[in-house]
Every structure is written in structure tokens, then in C-alpha cells.
Ligand binder design. Structure first.
Ligand SMILES: [Ca+2]
Length: 704
């Protein structure tokens, strides 16, 4: 038993006329190319959950697909003239008159998943050609598999075998053909052939043979033969006397005047009404293939991705070669103290004069109490520069807080690991006047409330200004449990009081080039990987990679104390990758004049529809050039905002380098994103620091 999710969405706007402005809006290929300058857009989402028995092929094909190592979304169609014709498959992206809802849904799934070039993979080099037989396919399939390496192959041969191949031979050859594909790790969708005039019984026997092969090898089947007979039990044959007044493909039944090919009458072209599905043989075939391929995508291909994810550990995801690498800090200036033990470390920090650098030798330091930096200009860093070799550990003594910066400024903490802390990994006592702290190239691991915390600041204390948190990795090896933090229990936050960076009253901070993986509450309802609130202003959040956290970037919060009117003002969130954050990818909640631009957010199965969520007062917010792979922007705010040129695709996995592992860089398949952004003064380069040029791409990565 599995669970399936169905999402129905409606876009309602009180200013529909403004929703789509000009040609640019219509140009979009994505199904919610949200070019919209809109004041109020309500997106209602209902989620139904129900269980049902899966067909046998689902499990079998998931095992086959597990071995597939080629490009996702590669869909080949192996067949004869009924496949090579441009009437099959190729017209679907352009017109679908009267398509029933299940077909439109299937189209959206296929169109967002399949490589776009596969709409037109026509010709012998792609495995389809007129007059060909299953024997031809057997002789050439190795070559096709090697060259095309399809993730899924549709197979329909037999019409040209009817004249000279026995049913047994056909069955054996078809089975061998399917098996070769499966051996390649290619999922097969097998199709029965249509009935053929003059070979009525034999074509029925061939269809039965294909059904047997599908059942034996446990591959999904499109029973084109049966579907034709279901709709036209007695008059499917366009070559019969009844249709003598018509010519060629223009008969109003399912097989054309030649008695062999599906019909394609002009009147029902690109039409998928119930009537068209019994009058146009290619409409029927397109409809059936679209539905089956979409089903395979949902039940096999995407399900496997979910399972693959389950095998990836947070530590695998957090340290990947493609992630940001910190440029080394310059050698220390001024006074230097070297320490090699916990006691030396505490002594050095307590006695150091301002502007001293404390260099830690490689080692595992079990801290017995909170280590507090209290003098201006102190730098605490590993001597080796290797952040994995200097570990400050709070686990042995169950520390609530590990490092703290109190009543001083210009402190740097760099090139080391902070781990196993019950509450705060690095606490900035910003209520004592703390400014210009730099946290650089650190690993912050298994910290169970906040990796970095900046507290509430009383009115008479200057706001913490000019801090930088860069090139750090925040990773938790698992979701929070009650045991990690006794203060977070069913009576308080139910195990969800957890986040990455949580700062109040920040002024001019830069949070960039960090990686956050697996910052999760007990029930996956934790706080932001990056959480700025309580009158934070003029900060930049950029080039961060956030994977499998509960909330990605939170500008503000729905709760605020009476003395706080706005949580975030003039904050820029740009060029971030955010992957699978179920509570919200980016949320703006009580903001003023903020910018959310050029972020790429991937979470196709986000149940709450919150890749970007806008809620409460967000006057002056601009949400521009973001790439959403999943549900559209969830706008619950009635403020005056600009939502412009965001590309929204239900699942853009095929267009990313490796969405499963969080690498949302674009590939050449990202045709809807490449060169499609509108130039923005605030975003001149991309997540890799590459200049965007005059034709920027939508999302965080500039492909070219
Ligand atoms: Ca470009």
C-alpha cells in the first residue's frame, strides 16, 4: 500500500487584468509562468490523501530504475510508422483542445519532467521508422540504448510483423526486446498494436501476446488494441464500406481508410474530447501514452528519488565537492597565542589582550563550560586552517552553550568545528553590545536549538551591526528528539525549537556561502536555517545552500511582541539554493521593502505549497526572477508587492545538475530559465560569483 497525494490549485485574483501583462507573460512555457504584477493573489490548496493498491509493475520497475544512471527525463519511443509520425506525441505541447482534467494533469507532470527534446525524437536513430518490425528493433536496440540511454522507453511493434511472423515468434522477440531494455536499467512501457483490417484475429493474438509479455516481465502496459475496441467495438475499421465516403486519415473512426494506421481526421486534430477520442486514432494514442508515462513518473521515477534520498546521510549531503569553498584567511596579525589543550584555551581567552589571535592545535577539545570571549579584536581559529581537525565539543559535559561573545566587538571565529551542544553553538550576547563578529569556515554540528544565536536587544543598547557568517556548514545528523533538549518538550515546542542562525535586531549583516543540511525538528516543524527577525535591517542573505531543513530562510515570523511592528526591513535574499524545506523555502512575514530575487527552490512534493510564502504585512516586497520547482508562490499577504518573472514548474528535476543532492545548477535542458530573467540592479552575479551579463538566467545559477 502506498499513499498518493493529489493537489488541486486555483489561482484567484481581484485584479486578473493585471495578472498577465503583455506578450512576455504569454511566452512562458512553465505552467505557472508567474509574470504578474499583482496586489492580491490567493492560492488555495487542498490536499487529499488516500490509499490504494499499486499494480505489480510499480515495485518491479522501481527495482529496474534503481540501476539507471543516465539523464533523468529521457523518454524514447521505439516503433514503426505509427510512432515516427508527427501526429504522435510531438503535437502535445502545442495544443490539447478539450483535454479532460486527468490529461492536463498528466501533461503537466510529463512536461516538467521529460527532457523537452524527447517530444520530437523521430527517426531511425531514435528507434522509430516506417515499415519496421520487432526483429529490426531487436537488431538495433543495443545501439539505441547505448546512444540514447533512455530512462523510459515506450515500445510498440507488430503491425508490420502480422503478415509474416507467427504469434509465438512475435511474443519471443518482443520479450527479448523488452528484456534488453530492462537490462539497461530502462523502464519499459509496452503497448499493444491497434487492430488491423484483414488481420483482425491475428492482431488480437499479437495484442494478447504483448499483454502476456507485460505480465511476465512486470512492465506497465498501454492496451491500445483494447482501448480502440472499447470505444469502437463494431466500426473501428475505416476501410469498411461504411466509411467509403471518406479519404485516407480523414475517417471519423479510429483506424484510417488503409485499415492499418490510426485515423487522424482534420476535424478532431489536437482534440481530446470524449468524441475525439473515438474519432481520432492518434488523439487516443497520445492520450493513453501521456497518462501512462505520467503514472510511471509519479509511481516509479519520483518515488525512487525519494527513496534514494532516504539513503543519503546529512553528512554526505553537507560536504560535497561542488559546494562553496572558503578562501583561506590571511595569516594572523599582531599578538598570537598557541594552545593545545582545554585549559590552555580557557586561560588564553581569559587573559588575552585585545587584538590577539588564539591558534588552536589540531585536536578534540571537550569544553567543561561555556567559553566566553570578552575582548575586542580576538580571533579564535585553528592553526592548521582545517576546520575538521579542531573540534570544540559540548557533548561530554552536556553544555547548553559552547562559545559566546560578550560585551565586545571585532571578534573572529574561524576554521573550526563546534558540536554537540544542547542549546546554542555560538551565542552572541548582543544585549551587551556586540558588533562586527565574523564566523568563518566553521562546522556547526548537532546543535539542538540554534547554531548561531543573537538575542533580543534592550532599547538602550546599540543594535548588533556588521556581523558576517560565511562559508560555514550547519549540519545535524538527525532530527531533534526530546532527549536532546529537556526544555523543548510537549508542553513547550514539542521538539521543534531548532534552527540554524537566529538573530534579532541585526543591522547590516552578511550571511553568505553557507550550507545547511538537516536542521529538523522532531515533527519537522522547526525554525529557519536562517531566521532574521525583531527589527532586523539592511542585511544580505546570499549564495547559501539549504537542504532538507524544515524552513529555509525566514524573514520574520507570524508572532511578534507589541513593540515590534516589522521584523525585517530592506533585506536582500538572493542567489540561494533551497531544497526540500517542507514548512517553507523562503517566508516573508512582516517585512518592509525587502527583495527576494534569483533564488532556486526545489520541492515538488511540498504539501503546504510553500516554496515561497508571503504572509501578513510585506509592504514594498519584491519577489523577482526566482525559480520554483514545485508549487507556485503562496501569497497570503494583502500588501502591495511586486511578484515578477518567477518561473514556476511542478518538477524541474531534469533541468538541474542533481536535485536529489541539492545541486540546482542548471543544465542545457533548462530552456525556460536560461536567458529568461529580467536584469536586476541588485543581482549582478550568480551563486558561483559568475557575472550574469545582459541576459540573466532565472534562479540562482547562471548557465551561460
Ligand atoms: Ca544567461
Amino acid at each position: 500500500m502506498r499513499t498518493k497525494r493529489r493537489v488541486t490549485q486555483t489561482l484567484v485574483s481581484s485584479c486578473a487584468a493585471k495578472l498577465e501583462t503583455g506578450e512576455q507573460a504569454m511566452r512562458g512555457i512553465g505552467w505557472w509562468m508567474g509574470l504578474a504584477i499583482l496586489m492580491t493573489a490567493l492560492v488555495g490548496t487542498t490536499v487529499e490523501t488516500f490509499n490504494f493498491e499499486e499494480p505489480e509493475w510499480v515495485e518491479a520497475m522501481r527495482k529496474i530504475h534503481w540501476r539507471f544512471s543516465g539523464q533523468k527525463g529521457t523518454f524514447a519511443q521505439f516503433g514503426d510508422s505509427i510512432t515516427v509520425t508527427m501526429a504522435f506525441w510531438a503535437p502535445l505541447p502545442y495544443a490539447r483542445k478539450n483535454a479532460p482534467p486527468e490529461m492536463e494533469r498528466a501533461f503537466k507532470i510529463v512536461n516538467s519532467y521529460m527532457r523537452p527534446e524527447c517530444w520530437r525524437w523521430k527517426g531511425p536513430e531514435f528507434g522509430n521508422d516506417g515499415g519496421k518490425t520487432v526483429k529490426w528493433a531487436l537488431e538495433n536496440v543495443d545501439n539505441w540504448l547505448k546512444r540514447l540511454n533512455p530512462e523510459v522507453a515506450l515500445i510498440m511493434f507488430g503491425t508490420n510483423d502480422l503478415t509474416h511472423v507467427s504469434v509465438d515468434e512475435y511474443r519471443a522477440q518482443l520479450k527479448a526486446l523488452v528484456q534488453k531494455c530492462l537490462d539497461n536499467g530502462t523502464v519499459v512501457i509496452l503497448s499493444t498494436i491497434p487492430p488491423r483490417s484483414g488481420f483482425v484475429e491475428k492482431s488480437a493474438a499479437f495484442a494478447e501476446a504483448a499483454r502476456q509479455v507485460a505480465a511476465e516481465l512486470k512492465v506497465p502496459l498501454i492496451d491500445y488494441h483494447a482501448e480502440i475496441l472499447k470505444r469502437r467495438p463494431h466500426d473501428w475499421d475505416g476501410s469498411s464500406e461504411k466509411f467509403s465516403g471518406f479519404e485516407g486519415y480523414d475517417v471519423p473512426t479510429l483506424i484510417s481508410r488503409d485499415g492499418v494506421h490510426p485515423s487522424h481526421p482534420t476535424k478532431y486534430r489536437d482534440d481530446y474530447s470524449e468524441e475525439a477520442l473515438r474519432c481520432n486514432g492518434y488523439s487516443l494514442r497520445n492520450y493513453l501514452v501521456l497518462l501512462k508515462y505520467a503514472e510511471v513518473i509519479e509511481k516509479v521515477l519520483l518515488a525512487n528519488e525519494g527513496e534514494l534520498r532516504g539513503t543519503l546521510k546529512p553528512s554526505d549531503l553537507a560536504f560535497q565537492n561542488w559546494m562553496p569553498k572558503a578562501p583561506p584567511l590571511p595569516p594572523p596579525k599582531g599578538k598570537v597565542i598557541r594552545v593545545t589543550s582545554v585549559s590552555e584555551l580557557f586561560e588564553a581567552v581569559e587573559k588575552a589582550e585585545p587584538n590577539t589571535t588564539i591558534l588552536l592545535a589540531d585536536g578534540h577539545y571537550h569544553l567543561p563550560r561555556r567559553l566566553e570571549i570578552r575582548k575586542d579584536g580576538i580571533t579564535l581559529r585553528s592553526e592548521s586552517g582545517n576546520r575538521e581537525r579542531v573540534i570544540l565539543d559540548g557533548g561530554k559535559h552536556q553544555l547548553g552553550e559552547l562559545l559566546a561573545v560578550t560585551g565586545c566587538s571585532d571578534v573572529t571565529i574561524a576554521d573550526l568545528t563546534v558540536q554537540n551542544v544542547r542549546w546554542n553553538g555560538i551565542k552572541l550576547d548582543t544585549d551587551t553590545g556586540v558588533h562586527r563578529v565574523t564566523i568563518y569556515n566553521c562546522i556547526i554540528r548537532n546543535v539542538w536549538q540554534r547554531g548561531v544565536k543573537g538575542v533580543r536587544v534592550p532599547p538602550n543598547i546599540p543594535r548588533p551591526t556588521g556581523c558576517r557568517i560565511q562559508y560555514c556548514v550547519f549540519v545535524n545528523d538527525r532530527a531533534k528528539t526530546f532527549e536532546d533538549d529537556p526544555t523543548d518538550n510537549p508542553q513547550t515546542f514539542n521538539g521543534n525549537y531548532i534552527g540554524g542562525i537566529d538573530v534579532m535586531f541585526a543591522r547590516g549583516w552578511v550571511i553568505s556561502d553557507n550550507v545547511f543540511v538537516g536542521i529538523q525538528g522532531r515533527t519537522r516543524e522547526g525554525r529557519g536555517a536562517i531566521f532574521l527577525w525583531h527589527d532586523s535591517r539592511d542585511c544580505i542573505v546570499e549564495r547559501n545552500i539549504i537542504i532538507d531543513c524544515d524552513v529555509g530562510i525566514a524573514l520574520g515570523n507570524s508572532w511578534k511582541p507589541p513593540d515590534i511592528e516589522i521584523h525585517c526591513t530592506r533585506i536582500i535574499v538572493r542567489n540561494n539554493f533551497i531544497v526540500r524545506c517542507p514548512e517553507s523555502g523562503i517566508v516573508a512575514d512582516y517585512t518592509r521593502d525587502c527583495l527576494i530575487a534569483h533564488n532556486t527552490i526545489h520541492d515538488p512534493t511540498n504539501k503546504l505549497g510553500r516554496l515561497i510564502r508571503l504572509v501578513h504585512d510585506n509592504e514594498g516586497l519584491r519577489v523577482v526572477n526566482n525559480l520554483l520547482s514545485g508549487p507556485p508562490i503562496k501569497n497570503e499577504s494583502s500588501s502591495k508587492m511586486v511578484l515578477l518573472n518567477n518561473l514556476i514548474v511542478p518538477d524541474y528535476s531534469h533541468a538541474f545538475v542533481d536535485a536529489t543532492r541539492g545541486n540546482l545548477r542548471l543544465t542545457a535542458s533548462a530552456v525556460d530559465a536560461i536567458d529568461k530573467a529580467m536584469p536586476l540592479a541588485e543581482v549582478k552575479d550568480d551563486i558561483d560569483g559568475k557575472p550574469r551579463g545582459s541576459k540573466p538566467d532565472i534562479g540562482a545559477h547562471e548557465f551561460r
